[in-house]
Design a protein around this ligand. Sequence first.
Ligand SMILES: C[S@@+](CC[C@H](N)C(=O)[O-])C[C@H]1O[C@@H](n2cnc3c(N)ncnc32)[C@H](O)[C@@H]1O
Length: 153
Amino acid sequence: MYRTHDNDLGLLYVKNQDKYTFNLDEVRDPNVKYPNQKKNGKIKVNLKGKNPTDVWQFPKVTSGKNRASKERTPHPAQFPVAVVDRIIKSASKVNDIVLDPFMGSGTTAIVALGLQRQVIGFEIRADYCEIVANRIDDFLRNQELTEAQLSLF
Ligand SMILES: C[S@@+](CC[C@H](N)C(=O)[O-])C[C@H]1O[C@@H](n2cnc3c(N)ncnc32)[C@H](O)[C@@H]1O
């Protein structure tokens, strides 16, 4: 039997059940099967898309000479940016602090910074810390370039 997918389990914990952040509109799935379905003459579905189901499918970060993902770093267990993006968008607000106690290649850090969150992180291996530092440097450099280009218009 071939192993075709890698799976990870995600759990959402909240400190206060009556008051927590969950920005559903930020992460709605726009692929609605019948987007124009109506009830009593009114469009029935949310125009921003549907609530994502419990099973999320994203392409994994691949390695290899001709098939490596663009976001690939030398870290062996890197998370896809798209997965972390959905988690941070749904579970935090702008300026919130995002904590990643197992930074690996720093995916959480660059996604959080890109979404205007603050980041605190830990990584036990010095060589991986270097990957994180380089990745954050690259990210900030690209962000500065993009801002400079935008300010030209
Ligand atoms: C699955 S990787 C994280 C991958 C990360 N999400 C990414 O996208 O790159 C887990 C990381 O936790 C680190 N780690 C394991 N035990 C740790 C500890 N006690 N403190 C800090 N980091 C630790 C490992 O070195 C490894 O890089």
